[in-house]
Design a protein around this ligand. Sequence first.
Ligand SMILES: Nc1ncnc2c1ncn2[C@@H]1O[C@H](COP(=O)(O)OP(=O)(O)OP(=O)(O)O)[C@@H](O)[C@H]1O
Length: 441
Amino acid sequence: MADCRPPSPPSKRMLSQRFDSEGPYRLLHCSSKGDKAGVIQELEKGVEPNLADYDKRTAIHLASCEGCTDVVVLLLEKGADVNSIDRWGRTPLSDARSFGHEEICKILEARGGTDPVGLDSQNPCYEIDYSEVDMDGAALIGEGAYGEVYLVKWRGTEVAAKTIRSSIASNPRVKNTFLKELALWQKLRHPNIVQFLGVLKHSDRLIFLTEFLCNGSLYDILRKRGRLDSQTAVAYALDIARGMNYLHQHKPHAIIHRDLTPRNVLQDEAGHLKVTDFGLSKIAQEKDSYGYKMTGGTGSCKIFRLTESRSISENMNICLDALMTFSDRYMAPEVYRRESYGKSVDVFSFALIVHEMFQGKPSNREEAPEQVADKRAYEDSRPPLSSFLYPEPIKALLRECWHKNPDSRPTFEAIILRLEEIQVNLKTEKGTESCCGCAIL
Ligand SMILES: Nc1ncnc2c1ncn2[C@@H]1O[C@H](COP(=O)(O)OP(=O)(O)OP(=O)(O)O)[C@@H](O)[C@H]1O
C-alpha cells in the first residue's frame, strides 16, 4: 500500500481511482462482480489467485459471497486456496453458506472446502418474543447511524431496544450478517461490555435488546461536564481498557472494535463505563473488493439507501459512509489510509478518547472529522498535550498509544497495568495539590 502513495497526501478518492484502473486488486473487484473475463485478464497478467485485501479476503471469498459460480470454478482451477481464511476466520464456504449460494457450497465442498465458523451459524441469536416487550410505552433515548434506540420494559425490567432501519434490515444478506454479529455479541460477558439480551422475533423490524445504561454515553457526559478531573478520567480509562482487553483477548479470534468513540462507551448507574456496538462496527466496516471505501460527501447528515440490487459490498460501503463522519475523528491512520491493520487501531482510538476526557472536548473540534483524520494519517498530526492538563505519566502513555507505528503501541493488557499504577499514585498524591488544582505526579 505504501508503494502506491504519491509524495504529497492524496485524497482517498484519488487513491481508489488509482487502484480501480491499475492495481492488482482489480482481480478482487472483478471476482466480486462476476466478471470472468476481467478475472482471466488479471490472472494472465500474473496476479496471484490468492491475493488478499487487508481483511485477508481473497478473490474466491468475494466470488463465493456474491454468488459468482463461474468465477469460483475458474479461481479453483487456477489454484485459489479453497480454505483461505479471512480476518474473521471465514473460508469461502462460510461465505457461500451465509448467503445461501448452494451450488457454490457444493463446488467448494467437493474440492475439500471446510467451514470453521459453521458452528456459529448453528448457534443463532437468542430470540425474545415481541409480545414480551412493551413497545407502546417506548421512550426514544437516542439515534445513531443504524436507527433509533428506545427505553422499553421487558419482563418488568428497563432495557434498551435498538431498532435497525428497514433500509438496512430489509436486505436479507445484510440482515443475515447483522444477526451473525449479534450471535457473537451474545456470547460476550464482561463488566465493561454492554450486555446483549436478544433479538425480537415476530417483529416486522429488526430490533434487539441490550441492557439499559441510564447515564447515557461518554459523549453526553463530556458535553455536560466538560473536562474531567484526573482521578475520574483515569478510572474511566481503566473501565474502557478492561472492556477492550476482554475483546482483544477473545478466543478463538480477537474482536477488534474499529469504531471505538465516546458515543460507543456508555455509563451505568454505578458510574462504570461499558463498551458497546463492536460487532456492528465490523459489519459496517466490511470493505469493497478493493479494500477501499468510496467516500461520499462529508457532512453530519448522510442518507443511505440499501437495495437488493446492489452487491453486499456496495451496501456495506453505504453503511460505512454513514458512520464515517463521526468515527473519522478517532480513526487510526492505517485504517484511514486503507492499509492492513490489527488490534492496535483500537489503542489509537482509546488514546484520543482519554485525551478528550482530560480536555473536555475533542481537539480540532472546529475542523471536519475527515480533515482531522487526514492530517493524522498523512501529516502525523496529534492533539496537543498541555502540561497544565495532563499528568506526565498520562502524556507518556498517550504518546505511545497514538504512535504512528502500530507495533509500537502498547496492548490493553499493558495499558491497564500502567493506568492502575497511575491511579495508585494519584490517590497517594491526592493531598499534595498544586495551586492550579492538578495533582502532582
Ligand atoms: N444500551 C443503552 N443504554 C442507554 N442509552 C443507549 C444505549 N444504547 C444507545 N444509547 C443511547 O442512544 C444513542 C444512539 O446510540 P447508537 O448506538 O444507535 O448510535 P451511536 O453510537 O450514538 O452512533 P453510531 O450509530 O454512529 O455508532 C447513544 O449515543 C446513547 O446515548
